[in-house]
Design a protein around this ligand. Structure first.
Ligand code: UN1
Length: 535
């Protein structure tokens, strides 16, 4: 297991290679910088692998946010007039730099989010992919031409840059979600001000450094991108600034409930990507090998900390015992440990509070008559020091508390109710059985969230019904594929309490532009629509 000192050295090396200004971070042993938590440090960057502190990170205040938004607004004036394919050239360069620095950025993701290294590399790959997509899009920001009802008239719609985009992102996808928004916003002609999670500030500094390099190389206007670091007040300043035309926020439904009305009250535009409570239906005709391995990855991958994680298993009664047994064996055999190590599939939870929330959810499940088939307990992988003893040691000496690993929990519930209707950001998979397909569809949709879902079936009628008007009500609905791991080419997001926003591929770019409907009269006379005669 790597120590905090190892991780600090790795992180600082990566930051240097990525070109991050050393003044943005402060060493923890610098007496002039104060102690962790002091104003001089602002935030402390930590790793969930050891629970230890890596370095201090200088933070921004509300004035700094206002200055970043002002600079972005100025940059917008020039950027909106820059031809979209030239804007695309900057994003193309960003994609090249990401390819070159894939390892460094992935290392920061593993260090700060605890994600296993193959998933961290996959996350950076999503960034490269969205850059490719955005570069192509820069020549395809299509509007339509419609037939006019008036002779000698043309009716068309055009898409124009919208303005400053505020991006708020979460710890679990600390770099990809930023890139989905930023690559698209930039080709659409919009500057970006980014407030990342306070848990993944080093990742954000790394992304910003690469983009600044691409912008400099292309003589893009200053202020086109800024990262603002801090806690709630920084996010609030961004959300409330009337110069921010679009707030694209990823996080909990609780966060969205605050952000949505605040942005709406100033008639700003919001793109919300909030909680999921994603179900997989396993039918009697399913290929159970495929279903089980997809469910194990969906529920336990990223330690259950994706918004697309599989949280509910709706399984036909005739195959329930077999599926539950096989998923339980899958959970039990996942190698836990240092997420940098080859073969490790289970990394740590983000922090102690995530573990506490998981235990509280399991207690609720038991109170509802749930049976914990396997998992839920804290595990101490490999040479990880004893966690409880270390927590006390940390309080006294500042030593590492130790990371929090947990065995993914599989819980059979008598009915889909109570705790199963809520998203707990941890690896818990609730199972209920069903008897007929209508019941499975009803259960699938009977939660407040609507992000992702999957059906495992080889019955074409079930598959078509699942994808149809009365089928899955989620923004992402898959057949013989799990709930997580969506590709960037499709639009990403969901309905109901998931917030309704769509990011990344397809036509999600439209949220980042303003649409204008244009009538051009080349007839040489005035003709009113709807046949109106006005003298
Ligand atoms: C998230 O968890 O916020 O579909 C994003 C997936 C990833 C993105 C998840 N491509 O699981």
């Amino acid at each position: 297991m790597r120590t905090t000192a190892d991780l600090t050295a790795l992180a600082l090396g990566a930051l240097e290679r990525l070109g991050v200004d050393p003044a943005r971070t402060t060493p923890l042993d610098d007496p002039s910088a104060g102690r962790p938590g002091d104003a001089a440090h602002g935030l402390v960057a930590r790793s969930p692998i050891t629970g230890g502190a890596l370095c201090g990170v200088r933070v921004d205040d509300a004035d700094a946010v206002a200055a970043a938004v002002a600079a972005a607004s100025d940059a917008f004036v020039a950027w909106r007039e820059t031809p979209a394919p030239q804007r695309g050239a900057v994003v193309k360069r960003l994609g090249e730099l990401l390819t070159e620095h894939k390892e460094d950025l992935a290392a920061l993701v593993t260090i700060e989010a605890g994600k296993i290294h193959t998933e961290a590399l996959g996350e950076v790959q999503e960034m490269i992919d969205i850059c490719d997509f955005a570069v192509g899009l820069s020549r395809q920001l299509y509007g339509r031409t419609m037939p006019s009802e008036r002779a000698g008239h043309r009716l068309q719609e055009t898409w124009q840059p919208l303005g400053v985009v505020g991006v708020i992102s979460a710890f679990n996808f600390p770099v990809a979600v930023w890139s989905w928004n930023t690559a698209i916003a930039l080709v659409c002609g919009d500057p970006v001000v980014w407030k990342p999670s306070e848990l993944t500030t080093l990742c954000a500094l790394g992304c910003d450094a690469l983009l600044q390099r691409a912008l400099r190389e292309h003589d893009a206007p200053a202020g086109l991108h800024a990262v603002v670091l801090g806690e709630r007040a920084v996010g609030e300043a961004l959300v409330d600034d009337p110069r921010v035309a679009l707030v694209s926020a990823t996080g909990s439904t609780r966060m969205g409930r605050e952000v949505g009305p605040r942005v709406a009250s100033r008639f700003g535009r919001c793109l919300l990507e909030l909680g999921g409570n994603n179900a997989v239906i396993v039918t009697p005709s399913a290929d159970l090998d495929q279903a089980v391995s997809s469910v194990v990855f969906g529920a336990a991958g990223t330690a259950g900390q994706r918004c697309t994680s599989t949280r509910r298993l709706l399984v036909h009664a005739s195959v329930a015992d077999e599926v539950v047994g096989r998923v339980a064996r899958g959970f039990d055999s996942l190698p836990a440990g240092d997420p940098f190590d080859d073969g490790v599939l289970l990394g740590p939870l983000i922090h102690d509070a995530a573990f506490d929330a998981m235990q509280a959810a399991l207690d609720r499940a038991r109170a509802q008559g749930g049976e914990v088939v396997t998992g839920g307990e804290r595990i101490v992988p490999g040479d990880q020091p004893d966690a409880d003893a270390d927590a006390e040691a940390e309080a006294e000496t500042g030593a590492d508390a130790g990371g929090v690993w947990v065995r993914p929990a599989l819980v059979r519930l008598p009915a889909q109710d109570g705790v199963m209707l809520a998203e707990t950001f941890a690896p818990i998979l609730y199972v209920v059985t069903y008897e007929d397909f209508d019941e499975a569809l009803a259960l699938h949709n009977a939660v407040p969230q609507g992000l992702s879902g999957g059906l495992f079936s080889n019955d074409v009628r079930e598959a078509e019904r699942y994808l149809g008007a009365s089928g899955a009500d989620t923004g992402i609905a898959n057949v013989n594929a799990g709930t997580s791991g969506a590709e960037i080419g499709g639009a990403f997001g969901g309905e109901k309490e998931t917030g309704g926003g769509r990011e990344s591929g397809s036509d999600a770019w439209r949220a980042y532009m303003r649409r204008a409907t244009n009538t051009i009269n080349f007839s040489g006379s005035v003709q009113l629509a709807q046949g109106v005669d006005f003298g």
